[in-house]
Design a protein around this ligand. Sequence first.
Ligand code: Q9C
Ligand code: ZN
Length: 343
Amino acid sequence: MLTIYSEDHRLHHGAAELYRGRLVPCFEMPARAEQVLDRVKAAGLGAVVAPDPLDRAALARVHAEDYLAFLETAWDEWQALGETGDALPYAWPATGLRRDVPPEHIDGKLGFYSIDAAVPITAGTWRAITSSAACALTGARQIVEGAASAFALCRPPGHHAGARAMGGFCYLNNAAIAAQYLRDNGAGRVAILDVDYHHGNGTQSIFYDRGDVFFASLHGDPAVEYPFFLGHADERGEGDGLGANRNFPLPWGTSGADYLSALDAALADIAAFAPDMVVVSLGVDTFAEDPISHFKLHGPDFAEIGRRVAGLGRRTLFVMEGGYAVADIGANVAHVLTGFAGA
Ligand code: Q9C
Ligand code: ZN
């Protein structure tokens, strides 16, 4: 299995995020990707290659042009204020406020194009996020050209980013961009399986009214877990997409056994959809020792996830999402990928 990786991710290193009334150090840090790279190499999974040059048009298939323009210029606009620290949003067009008049000031834009404050923009953020998306697109190209699987070692992650919004450490929705690329290059039907601990709200919203891309997510119940405002079981899609969205909210403390039962149900739905190709949003923040999550998965559970996904018998692109137990993230990702490859 080919791994696609760019060291450009290091250019994005936020200092702090707002959490329960305090600014705390960012959990989403460069060491995460370095650990995954080390363990993927040690596992002998296959070659590690750099991404192809980015095709910006592929981003615009998923994200609005005004949002891309915002991401590309936000740091310069922030710097023009004389600021040297990270750009962070602090005001949002929430209920009762207007969304139809885009603000002109960068402070307004940061809130207009975000769902929370866990998205610092730094000098290198645009280069890092476009390289991350390029990794996903290069992996998708491998799949289109016939590879049975590929691993896009994306950082920053993507599944909380919507068509016009960043949030939850995510800016460009790498998995959605890859899924759309598969649709545009030969796959009639694509399924996205999201096993990150958090609901993939961005991915769900991007494909919610479409019947050609199935989205299934296993995650901490939004009643008690970020992103709080999407990810409930009754969200089944709308319009042409009715029936092509499936959520499995699970309680805090969910064990490997209970998780794998829910995974089987998600995989059965995906098999019934009969996708040509599969994208896995691969977060390993379901790990028992994860510092911001509340599931209880261990190494062997991750290998079992890989084995069961392989049971779909479809060409599969794995796209890196979350996982914050830095010392273990690489081993847990390697377990999933070797479980898939060895199945
Ligand atoms: N300070 C992903 O796993 N904030 N994103 C949680 C902890 C948001 C997680 C509070 C968590 C986002 C890709
Ligand atoms: Zn997560």
